[in-house]
Design a protein around this ligand. Structure first.
Ligand code: HEM
Length: 466
């Protein structure tokens, strides 16, 4: 027996618009999702949107071969920017396989270890900045973590120095990138015809930003080609000179440019958010704070932080995993079954819910990651111990997906982890931290990602460090 997908009653014309806080739409979906778990339907922008919020159903979708990535919502709108990028590709698009096969080794463990000195270089710029600020300067942590992550990706990925820690105004590339991200999120909330008719000035700005991003990326490629003797082994080198092991073909310039932009967009804000939540959660929990500090002191001591320390900072890693559980920077991902309803009829999920072909189903991570059936009654608590390797390995499949699913999961997760563990080791080695507002309440700000709102803190050099 099949049944309709439940959800609040839609109004004529408006659909479920009034059920959603547009500034914080993810939280609205999370709240509605809790009420109708494990699945709900909302009518938004003239379309039915389906959300999966229960862990068992998410597990089913993530393991079914007929459900594949379907770039919908803001991710879908970003196809106007990164048409041939990995992140925004449909599952069957020709350019995904070659780029994936060329880039996986370039982001594998050995390659990432080789990036350690450059990651260290950028993280030290942040440490020096905070040290020079002194203990009374208010640090806008999420903003500095954004500087850290974008500069690290640009340097490790394409040998490009953005020098964000030395400038008041960030590189114009970052401005244009932010603009297209914000505009893509807005476009996802309204029908296409409405955008083209009523947002002409915003559309022109979007086109200008998009053209600028491509021009800068192309310039970086041209510069690399003018220096063929360069022995730099980075993502750009892999994309320009690597050959698809399956076909022996090189990537086209369009694929390379779109993936350069993809890496900068997909990799910087997410990692900055993870670091922000780590600090917000650890500072609020004195016991965890002391454990992080003790681990850094024991593993690293007062000497230089080295690549070999990374795998030994196990509690720090567990804290990052737990931060990603409670506050996943990407709210989820969309899957769909490609095909034709008229020919094959709808598909059934959870034994009873009918889903049309090409209907995106969004897996809502904040719900899945806080399903008490999996995580227990302390589901809302920050308890890094549950993410130590021995416990992490025992988690049931499908309950923890901050980096997405299967072959379309994140290609840069190890990069993000190394970069973050390194930054935390350097920062905890040098500073004591406290919130500017001692009663700081952790709330979430939504852009394309989810980040901690108003995370302002003081960093005081630890005694004996100068
Ligand atoms: C894909 C999360 C860091 C590059 C994804 C997806 C998620 C995700 C959820 C799947 C999206 C979907 O299915 O629609 C994160 C988080 C990060 C992070 C939480 C940091 C904490 C990075 C970094 C890079 C990166 C540092 C680049 C070095 C990508 C790319 C894809 C992707 C290229 C698309 C992969 C494909 O479809 O082939 N990420 N990411 N990400 N991520 Fe990340």
């Amino acid at each position: 027996m099949t049944c309709d997908i439940p959800g609040p009653r839609p109004w004529p014309f408006l659909g479920n618009l009034l059920d959603i806080d547009l500034e914080n739409s993810v939280q609205s979906v999370v709240d509605i999702g809790k009420q109708y778990a494990p699945i709900c339907r909302l009518r938004l922008g003239g379309e039915d949107k389906v959300f999966v919020t229960g862990h068992e159903l998410a597990k089913e979708l993530c393991s079914r071969r007929d459900f594949v990535k379907f770039p919908a919502g803001a991710v879908g709108r970003l196809r106007d920017v990164m048409t041939e990028g990995l992140f925004t590709a449909h599952d069957d698009e020709w350019f995904w396989g070659p780029a994936h096969r060329v880039l996986v080794p370039a982001l594998g463990p050995m390659s990432i270890k080789a990036m350690f000195p450059e990651m260290h270089d950028i993280a030290m710029q942040m440490v020096l900045r905070w040290a020079r600020f002194g203990e009374d300067e208010v640090i806008d942590a999420t903003s500095d973590f954004t500087r850290l992550t974008i500069d690290t990706l640009a340097l490790c990925g394409m040998d490009m120095r953005l020098n964000s820690f030395y400038k008041d105004n960030l590189h114009p590339f970052i401005g244009s990138m932010m603009n297209v991200l914000i505009e893509s999120s807005k476009r996802a909330e309204r029908p296409d015809w409405f955008t083209s008719l009523f947002f002409r000035a915003a559309n022109r700005q979007f086109d200008r930003d998009n053209a600028f991003l491509h021009a800068v990326a192309q310039e970086v490629i041209d510069k690399r080609r003018r220096a063929p003797e360069s022995d730099k082994k980075d993502l750009l080198d892999a994309m320009l000179n690597g050959k698809d092991p399956q076909t022996g073909e090189k990537l086209t310039d369009r694929t390379v440019v779109d993936n350069m932009i993809t890496f900068l967009i997909a990799g910087h804000e997410t990692t900055a958010c993870m670091l922000g939540f780590f600090f917000a959660l650890v500072i609020r929990n004195p016991e965890c704070y002391n454990k992080v500090r003790e681990e850094v002191d024991t593993v690293v001591g007062i000497g230089p932080v080295q690549a070999d320390h990374m795998s030994r900072l196990v509690y720090v890693k567990a804290c990052l995993r737990e931060a990603l559980r409670l506050y996943p920077p990407s709210a989820g991902f969309s899957l769909a079954v490609k095909g034709d309803d008229a020919k094959d009829g709808p598909v059934i999920i959870g034994g009873k819910y009918k889903i049309k072909h090409n209907q995106p189903v969004f897996v809502v991570l904040p719900n899945i990651h806080r399903d008490p059936e999996v995580w227990g009654s302390d589901v809302d608590e920050f308890r890094p111990e549950r993410m130590l390797d021995e416990n992490f390995k025992k988690l049931p499949p499908g309950c923890y997906k901050p980096f997405g699913n299967g072959k379309r999961g994140c290609i840069g997760s190890d990069f993000a982890m190394q970069e973050s563990i390194l930054a935390i080791a350097l920062l905890f080695q040098k500073f004591d931290f406290k919130f500017v507002n001692p009663d700081y309440e952790l709330t979430v700000k939504q852009t394309l990602t989810l980040k901690p709102r108003d995370l302002f803190m003081y960093a005081k050099l630890r005694p004996g460090i100068n």
